[in-house]
Design a protein around this ligand. Structure first.
Ligand code: NAP
Length: 200
């Protein structure tokens, strides 16, 4: 699959390396292909290329948003329509309107995109190492589009996470609210900590 990752920071670079390691083609959509963060991401994924977000989404099967939330509106403004495309939101916005998720805001900015929230409830260092865990970490996926959710859950499973259907887009905000809990656990156990689901 060709995966466009918008943003090549910790999360974009980490997901890019993990997706490339399981055989996907990765293109980074960035504002500055020469930035230090982009250079680090490209060093970790030698097969990937960095280009403008508009160029990166061209022909991509999946578009992953991994920007600081504040950069999303201006980045989306110049991009072609993503209507009908699978878009995965890996972001968190831990300030601003406490009732809205970045996924709901993306839905407003990207009319008719097929959205799923995923990859936001664990530190970026864990994307490429998920399959090395004795107990798989859960990867919660929320959204209203069944196909987008299936794609996100498939990708999470390929990386070695245990995909968990976390319900509709209304639960995307709840997934963001898991992040302060993850930070508390990381303080106690280190950034390798991940959530898991016990089925009793
Ligand atoms: N860090 C984690 O472990 C983690 C885990 C899960 C989810 N998240 C969430 O994922 C998102 C990204 O986090 P991160 O840690 O990857 O952040 P980061 O390392 O700071 O990377 C942010 C990315 O956003 C770009 N960016 C920043 N300001 C921009 C602007 N004004 N216009 C265009 N691009 C801009 C940066 O590009 P430049 O290189 O050009 O600055 C970079 O590619 C956040 O919402 C975060 O909450 C983080």
């Amino acid at each position: 699959m060709r995966i466009a990752i918008i943003g090549a920071g910790n999360v974009g670079g980490g997901l890019g390396a993990a997706f490339a390691a399981v055989g996907h083609d990765v293109a980074f959509g960035v504002r500055d292909p020469g930035s230090l963060k982009t250079a680090a991401a490209l060093a970790a994924v030698p097969s990937a290329a960095a280009m403008s977000p508009s160029e990166a989404v061209e022909g991509a099967d999946v578009v992953v948003f991994a920007l600081r939330w504040s950069a999303v509106p201006s980045t989306v403004e110049g991009m072609p329509s993503l209507a009908g495309r699978v878009v995965i939101d890996a972001m968190n916005r831990l300030d601003g309107d406490p009732l809205r998720s970045t996924t709901q805001d993306l839905a407003d900015l990207l009319p008719d995109a097929r959205l799923a929230k995923a990859f936001n409830t664990i530190g970026f260092e864990n994307y490429a190492t998920a399959r090395e865990r004795a107990v798989p970490a859960a990867m919660f996926v929320a959204g209203d589009d069944p196909d987008a959710k299936r794609v996100a859950m498939d990708l999470a499973g390929q990386l070695g996470f245990a995909p968990e259907d976390a319900g509709g887009m209304a639960n995307a905000r709840a997934l963001e609210m898991m992040v302060p809990v993850w930070f508390a656990l990381a303080q106690a156990h280190g950034r390798g900590v991940g959530f898991a689901v016990s089925l009793g």
